[in-house]
Write a protein that binds this ligand. Structure first.
Ligand SMILES: Nc1ncnc2c1ncn2[C@@H]1O[C@H](COP(=O)(O)OP(=O)(O)OP(=O)(O)O)[C@@H](O)[C@H]1O
Ligand SMILES: [Mg+2]
Length: 313
């Protein structure tokens, strides 16, 4: 099977998870055997796409000992990679589960600084790709990379007629709305920050998304709403997509699982409504899993049967 989906991760990580009986200051805490997993927005999207049975290539910037480990971990999961080797060591994040209080602590390390020649190599790689239909940019942008990098990627995607899907926040999101991407997937908080507001009601978020779509800022917007599911805004319609209620264990990776579900179905030539319903199923499936665990296909397929959608006028 040819890979139609390329994911881009500029700020990947090794995500190390462990647990302690109880997280206490000043004490020596005995940790359980740590588990290392590949991490970072696009990489997570690629890992889920693979679990869903689709093919993908993960392009990313990495360096040092952790960069090598990242590659090994991705090879173990049979994920095709295009790694750009950088001078600085890739960051390692730490997740610690407090068994007694059933709380997950997430320590995010600063990004490795990336040099101009390094991110430009990534751009050149994207310029060289062929037969790609969907390009997914997800995750934060590390120190050293300009905030408008997504615009550079957009111009390449446009030239190559590749559909660009963006799941970003902050300044990179502010930049990319100057262009005209295929699909934007903010959560409702990212959308409100974009317009300088603390919160947005679902109605206001819908109106804002409609204005984005009518201005051509994006063809499609999917606003994720956590346990409430998502809104799908297209030029002629708005749908609210609702998952069944579940017992939530951890929402880590829910957004990436959702994006993976959407793009995986789109690559299989499914309609956008079905794709987003499946995305909501994948996000919900991820929320059913403990810790950093992403979604599993069997759970997503089962949940998909009970996802409802209503058209909002
Ligand atoms: N508490 C929850 N219960 C059930 N499903 C959830 C929950 N949180 C998230 N989801 C599912 O995951 C999808 C994406 O979640 P969310 O809106 O939290 O994305 P996000 O904020 O981008 O996530 P992330 O923190 O991974 O970036 C939701 O549309 C929903 O399907
Ligand atoms: Mg997100």
């Amino acid at each position: 099977m040819k890979s139609k989906i390329l994911t881009i991760t500029m700020n990947p990580s090794i995500d190390k998870s462990t647990s302690v009986d109880c997280l206490l200051a000043e004490k020596k805490l005995k940790c359980s055997e740590p588990k290392s997993e590949p991490g970072g927005g696009g990489i997570n999207v690629s890992r889920v796409i693979k679990r869903l049975g689709n093919d993908t290539i993960a392009a990313y910037l990495s360096g040092g000992y952790n960069g090598k480990l990242l590659k090994q971990l991705l090879i173990k999961e049979n994920i095709k990679t295009k790694a750009i080797t950088c001078f600085n060591n890739t960051r390692e994040n730490l997740n610690v589960f407090d068994q007694k209080n059933k709380l997950q602590y997430r320590f995010l390390m600063p990004s490795a600084t990336i040099f101009e020649n390094e991110w430009k190599k990534l751009i050149s790689e994207i310029e060289r790709v062929s037969n790609i239909e969907y390009l997914v940019c997800s995750g934060s942008i590390p120190i050293g990379i300009p905030d408008d990098i997504l615009r550079t990627i957009y111009s390449i995607a446009k030239m190559k007629k590749i559909k660009l899907i963006v799941d970003s926040s902050g300044n990179p999101l502010k930049e990319i709305i100057k262009d005209s991407v295929y699909l934007l997937k903010p959560n409702i908080n990212e959308l409100s920050s974009l317009i300088g507001k603390e919160t947005l009601s679902t109605n206001d978020a819908t109106s804002l998304a409609k204005s984005f779509v009518s201005k051509g800022i994006c063809e499609i917007m999917v606003i994720s709403l956590g346990e409430e599911g998502a809104l799908l805004i297209e030029k002629e319609s708005v749908h609210k997509i609702s998952p069944p209620s579940i017992i939530k264990l951890s929402t880590v990776g829910a957004g990436d699982s959702m994006v993976a579900g959407i793009v995986s179905k789109l690559a299989d030539k499914k309609e956008i409504l079905e794709a987003v319903k499946y995305g909501v199923a994948c996000g919900t499936a991820a929320a059913m899993n403990q810790g950093t665990e992403l979604c599993y296909k069997a759970d997503a397929d089962q949940l998909f049967l009970n996802i409802s959608s209503t058209e909002i006028v």
